[in-house]
Design a protein around this ligand. Structure first.
Ligand code: PMP
Ligand code: GLU
Length: 399
């Protein structure tokens, strides 16, 4: 007999956050841990954004906020969508939430009935599956292979659709693979979804500005499915604002109203001060010197990681075009042993690396591919060189 509700007993702890917790514990024991597990930029929030928050406090923006966010912030998001994505939305179609994670939860809980199927191209971001569980939906995974840069083909989506399909959810640039869908690839997917008017699409675009191959492409650009697309975005990644907790959706008025209603009962409008900072982040064109420096650093780190990982025997390495993750296949090491441990799977390998050389990574099973591990390279080149050096040494000891 347990006191807790089934929903919480069945819910898995977020493995990305669990790995960061393990890291903090090892650090507290005095261990020299390098954390490549958490998807969090190592940069400080740019000053022009921080100044807006300081001003908001001085101007007493300290009261409850409207549930879907301040009107001026929602207008600024509409300006951003028009300027950067050529998409026209009105403030009534925008709901600002406590991080993109809450935005996703709002949409899933607003759309998914128990037993509804949710299509998830796999590998996928860790929280999608668990949020769907809370809504009592059924996740239907569509596996993508490393040979295809972890991108699904339209015919795979077509084959996974059933009369119970209600929603599809994917990220591009993708967490955990860094893959970026091209306009043509998105169009192929849009054409399949056009034939199924009962299916909604969450386009998680939180890594929009961390894209090494040119302009971001949104699946919302295809008008024939646009009213069923829910864009999820936010300030956490591109503006180095993970702790500020601001995410948003752009959707049909019906879905925006549903999310507003849900949020009004769960959390209310998000932090007033963070909203004023986010307004400046969104209204400023994304070519400030701070943004360009961060984007340049991520690209250089990606190149460095590709170069270093290519030198480790047995790894099959994907080629990320965005975000700050790389997701190599490490199954070559399964079945091998060190003096003390046998490596059966990616979790064993991550534990071995963490316990012997103190580098934290996340096993691919958290993201739907048990042959891979995720490296987050959102840290300095010096730390990356040190971390990969340690990993190479640890892997070299496995026979
Ligand atoms: N979607 C993806 C793909 C992510 O990697 C993250 C990272 N946390 C989120 C959503 C949630 O972002 P936020 O910090 O704004 O909640
Ligand atoms: N999205 C980041 C990651 O995947 C942050 C952690 C989280 O929110 O789960 O590591």
């Amino acid at each position: 007999m347990t006191t807790l509700a089934n929903r919480i007993n069945y819910l898995a702890e977020s493995e990305t956050l669990a790995m960061s917790r393990k890291c903090r514990e090892l650090k507290a024991e005095g261990k020299d841990v390098i954390n490549l597990s958490l998807g969090e930029p190592d940069f400080n929030t740019p000053d022009y954004i921080k100044n807006a928050a300081k001003e908001a406090i001085d101007k007493n923006f300290t009261f409850y906020t409207p549930v879907p966010g301040y009107e001026d912030l929602r207008k600024a998001i509409c300006t951003k969508l028009s300027r950067d994505n050529n998409l026209e939305y009105s403030p009534a179609q925008i709901v600002v939430s406590t991080g993109a994670k809450q935005s996703i939860a709002n949409v899933v809980l607003s759309l998914v009935n128990p037993g509804d199927e949710v299509l998830i191209p796999s590998p996928y971001w860790v929280s999608y599956k668990e949020i769907i569980k809370v809504a009592e939906g059924k996740a239907v995974f569509i596996p993508a292979k490393i040979e295809n840069e972890f991108k699904v083909k339209p015919e795979q989506i077509e084959a996974a659709i059933s009369p119970k399909s209600k929603l599809m959810i994917f990220s591009s640039p993708c967490n955990p693979t860094g893959s970026v869908y091209s306009k043509e690839e998105l169009e192929g997917i849009a054409k399949v979804l056009a034939k199924h008017p009962g299916i909604f699409i969450i386009a998680d675009e939180i890594y929009e500005h961390i894209n090494f191959i040119g302009k971001h492409q949104s699946i919302a650009q295809f008008d024939y499915i646009r009213d069923r697309v829910i864009i999820v975005n936010g300030v956490s990644k591109a503006f180095a604002m993970t702790g500020w907790r601001i995410g948003y959706i752009a959707a049909s008025v019906e879905i925006a109203k549903a999310c507003d209603k849900l949020q009004g009962q769960f959390t209310s409008g998000t932090c007033s001060i963070a909203q004023k900072a986010a307004l400046v982040a969104e209204i400023t064109p994304p070519d400030t010197k701070e943004m360009i420096e961060m984007q340049k650093a991520f690209r250089e780190r990606r190149d460095l990681m590709l170069q270093m990982l290519a030198e480790i025997p047995g790894l099959k390495v994907n080629h990320p075009d965005g975000a700050f993750y790389i997701f190599p296949d490490i199954s070559y090491y399964f079945g091998k042993s060190s003096d003390s441990v046998k490596i059966n799977d990616a979790t064993d390998l991550c534990d071995y690396i963490l316990n012997t050389v103190f580098v934290a990574l996340v096993p691919g099973n958290a993201f739907g591919d048990p042959n891979c591990i995720r490296f987050s390279y959102a840290t300095s080149k010096e730390k990356l060189v040190e971390a990969v050096g340690r990993i190479k040494e640890a892997l070299g000891k496995l026979k």
